[in-house]
Design a binder for this molecule. Structure first.
Ligand code: ZN
Length: 347
């Protein structure tokens, strides 16, 4: 007689990306530009320390904490381009502060650096899979000025800009800028154009992230109803969706929307940690959020994540490194607790 052990229930848990930078790196960054050789040793130390501490949380997927993404997750790939100026698209946050995109001053658009250039250093230190967030073509499309260029039409810019992999963070903001949904639709189309270059197998490994923004504990689009975003969001041709949820007023309402619009081949990583909130979640709190989500999302399509990165902009020190890693540890532990309960775990 043979006995086949049932496959254990696995709930994958992954970070979004950024971790607050160490103070000595921030200090130096304030004095020199991102490519200054004086930074090399500090970058190396920051990446090594981040990966060590990330692995110590028990997270089975890690990032390099975006320690080398200067100044932020949005403009790292175009920072230093001669045909840009600092007065681009403005993002207002709930506490009154703003961030700005770079503005393209003439064509053609070219990437100055790709996010995968950061991977080699991370891979030297990592013992588990490293995830790399990549800014979406739709975010970069905000660089193209509304008035356009006579000799460099928007169509040409789009063609130049979509040749890259994807992560999508400004979807919810799009609904705030343009409540008619047209801007969001154009973002979805643009990102799907990029995604359609990948095979279905590759797309299963590509994820997209949506959140209301996180910078100095403030948001840029929390007031936009997920009901106006998620139906379109799930039209993206990707396999994984990282949806901020822990910071939502009414999580069950959002979960109902997810249940209604999610497609069979999509995995939804729900946010169980709120980087915008100072307190550290307990593992039990996280466990209960996973159990709650499992009432709405089939377990084989469920995963957990943080609502956002912990410092998408390098100068944001509103969260300490200690707090960020304590929150990540709670996510890992709490997800495992839920996994055991749901799977009737043997331990
Ligand atoms: Zn985010």
């Amino acid at each position: 007689m043979t006995y086949v052990e049932p496959a254990p229930i696995a709930i994958p848990s992954e970070p979004i990306g950024s971790i607050p930078r160490p103070p000595d790196l921030l200090q130096k960054l304030a004095q020199v530009d991102s490519e200054d050789p004086a930074l090399a040793a500090l970058y190396e130390d920051a990446v090594r320390d981040t990966i060590e501490r990330f692995e110590a949380t028990g997270s089975l997927v890690i990032t390099d904490g975006e320690q080398r993404k200067y100044h932020n997750f949005l403009t790292y790939c175009v920072h230093g381009l001669p045909n840009t100026s600092a007065d681009g698209f403005k993002i207002p946050y709930s506490d009154g502060h703003t961030r700005r995109m770079l503005r393209l001053t003439r064509g053609p658009f070219r990437y100055l650096r790709y996010a995968d250039s950061y991977l080699d250093m991370a891979m030297r230190y990592a013992h588990v899979p490293v995830k790399q967030a990549v800014i979406s073509p739709s975010a970069l499309s905000l660089m193209y000025p509304a008035e356009g260029f006579p000799n460099y039409p928007r169509e040409q810019f789009i063609d130049d800009a979509h040749k890259v992999q994807i992560d999508f963070t400004e979807a919810r903001l799009a609904m705030k800028i343009d409540p008619s949904g047209q801007l969001l639709d154009s973002f979805i189309d643009l990102n799907n154009l990029a995604l359609s270059r990948f095979s279905p197998e590759e797309r299963r490994r590509i994820g997209v992230h949506t959140c209301p923004g996180g910078d100095f504990h403030a948001t840029h689009s929390a007031e936009v109803d997920y009901a106006n975003l998620l139906p379109r969001f799930f039209e993206l041709k990707a396999g994984n969706f990282y949806v901020a949820l822990a910071g939502e007023q009414d999580r069950r309402r959002v979960l109902k929307i997810i249940r209604k619009y999610l497609k069979p081949n999509q995995r939804i990583f729900v946010g169980v940690i709120a980087p915008n909130r100072a307190g550290i979640e307990s593992a039990e709190e996280v466990r209960d959020r996973v159990l709650e989500a499992s009432e709405y999302i089939p377990i084989e399509q469920l995963g957990t994540t943080d609502d956002c990165g912990f410092a998408p902009f390098s100068d944001d020190t509103s969260t300490s490194r200690d707090t960020a890693f304590a929150k990540i540890r709670a996510r890992v532990l709490g997800t495992a607790l839920a996994e055991n309960l749901i799977g009737g775990g043997s331990s």
